[in-house]
Design a protein around this ligand. Structure first.
Ligand code: CU
Length: 421
């Protein structure tokens, strides 16, 4: 059964394509859209560098808002933990901060509030790694922010994690510290276990012993020397435990258990000039890969505002016509997360103080498909969620929540809600 030449070359070609094609993600796109659109919205995320050596730091900073329209099927973020989404332990997180407070422990977080985070990651294993900020919520799982590529250069064997403990003990490398005593104590117990097993296995085993019991001669099975060996082993085991305890107490006189308590972090203050967005109709045009949201927007502030960005699931639909909004996109921000057409508005006149107007927001891009967000149309709860970034005439930013049910449009021929209506 040999493959024909043709099918062989076909297979080779297929493998070549598979080998060449980049694998750009590590699972973040497989998260359900409701998880990505209606839980933690990350914004202002920055990566201090895209290239480090082993032992060098990359600092990830930014903010996230826990969305107002939190999915009903998820537990609320009463226990949350700040982490990082990376492919395995390729970095070591040496610092975690939430609103300037240490976030080493889990914290309860509040829905519809914003938090500023900072994590410091130290390069450990060389390679090109996609690095995301992440919040783990008990019961809801990991909520990922946007990802950027960070290259770690050098050799993994050069990695070091030195530390000085509270009592002044200097640890050269936390990666290997204490490993020898763990191995040593395991070895002691393994030797004892092997001796004990060997003592019994050197004699006839299961079947002869069963026969002896069946014949009522079980007294033959345990000899005087067996009893002696058992007694020696009891004495040896108890002595090893006592000696081990004394050794540990002596070597490490002060030990503090891992701290399992909860920290408390206050959310960032709310905006003083809120913008209210009430979604009137949201549609997703499946063939056109276009999301359109018609919403009634009320400016409750005292200055006119314009709309600069719609952010959802790490994607940033930025209004290219608004310089204040474009200025927030750093040159090194991952390009694939900033769709080129951006946010287009049905009406670009600024919204005056106290004014309410129905405005059409248009976000058209293949990213809806490539980021697999369109599978939200198959959800039993198909609601869209995101943040609308508004800018007043002084460039001040106000962040509004946008959420509502979304209706798919499957036919190309159906008229869009016109941009000019
Ligand atoms: Cu990623």
């Amino acid at each position: 059964m040999s493959l024909s030449r043709r099918s062989r070359s076909y297979l080779l070609g297929l493998f070549a394509i598979l080998a060449m094609s980049e694998v750009p993600a590590h699972g973040e796109r497989n998260q359900e859209p409701f998880l990505r659109m209606r839980t933690a919205h990350f914004y202002d995320v920055t990566w201090s560098t895209d290239k480090v050596k082993v032992n060098e730091d990359v600092v990830i900073e930014g903010k996230f808002r826990l969305f107002e329209d939190w999915p009903a099927n998820l537990p609320e973020p009463d226990v949350a933990f700040l982490g990082n989404g990376t492919p395995g332990p390729v970095f070591v997180r040496t610092e975690s901060w939430l609103n300037g407070r240490p976030a080493i422990q889990s914290v309860p977080l509040k829905i519809d509030r914003d938090y500023a985070f900072k994590t410091v990651l130290k390069g450990r294993i060389p390679g090109d790694h996609h690095v995301h900020p992440m919040v783990n919520v008990e019961g809801a799982g990991p909520l990922m922010g946007p990802g950027s590529w960070v290259q770690v250069a050098g050799r993994a064997s050069d990695f070091e994690l030195p530390l000085t403990t509270l009592d002044g003990t200097k640890i050269d490398n936390l990666e290997t510290w204490g490993v020898s005593s763990v191995v040593g104590w395991h070895a002691v117990w393994i030797v004892i276990a092997i001796l004990w097993l060997a003592w019994w296995t050197r004699r006839p085993l299961l079947i002869p012993r069963l026969v002896a019991i069946d014949e009522g001669r079980e007294k033959l099975l345990i000899s005087r020397s067996d009893l002696m060996a058992g007694a020696v082993l009891i004495v040896l085991t108890v002595s090893v435990v006592v000696i081990g305890f004394m050794w540990a107490e002596n070597t490490f006189p002060r030990t503090i258990p891992l701290q399992g308590g909860r920290a408390v972090v206050k959310p960032l203050p709310r905006s003083q000039a809120p913008v209210d967005v009430v979604v009137e109709r949201a549609t997703y045009d499946v063939p056109g890969r276009s999301m359109q949201i018609r919403a009634s927007v009320t400016n409750q502030g005292s200055r006119p505002i314009q709309f600069g960005e719609f952010a959802t699931s790490g994607l940033r639909f930025v209004n290219r016509e608004l310089p204040a909004a474009m200025a927030t996109v750093a040159p090194n921000y991952p390009k694939e997360l900033v769709p080129p057409a951006g946010l287009r508005l049905g009406d670009t006149t600024p919204l005056g103080p106290g004014e309410t107007r129905s405005i059409l927001f248009d976000m058209t891009d293949a990213a809806w498909e490539t980021e697999r967000l369109t599978s939200l149309l198959n959800d039993p709860d198909n609601r869209v969620g995101g943040l609308l970034f508004c800018f007043d005439d002084r460039g001040e930013r106000i962040i509004a929540n946008v959420s509502g049910p979304i209706v798919p449009i499957f036919k190309d021929l159906v008229a869009h809600q016109g941009m000019t209506h």
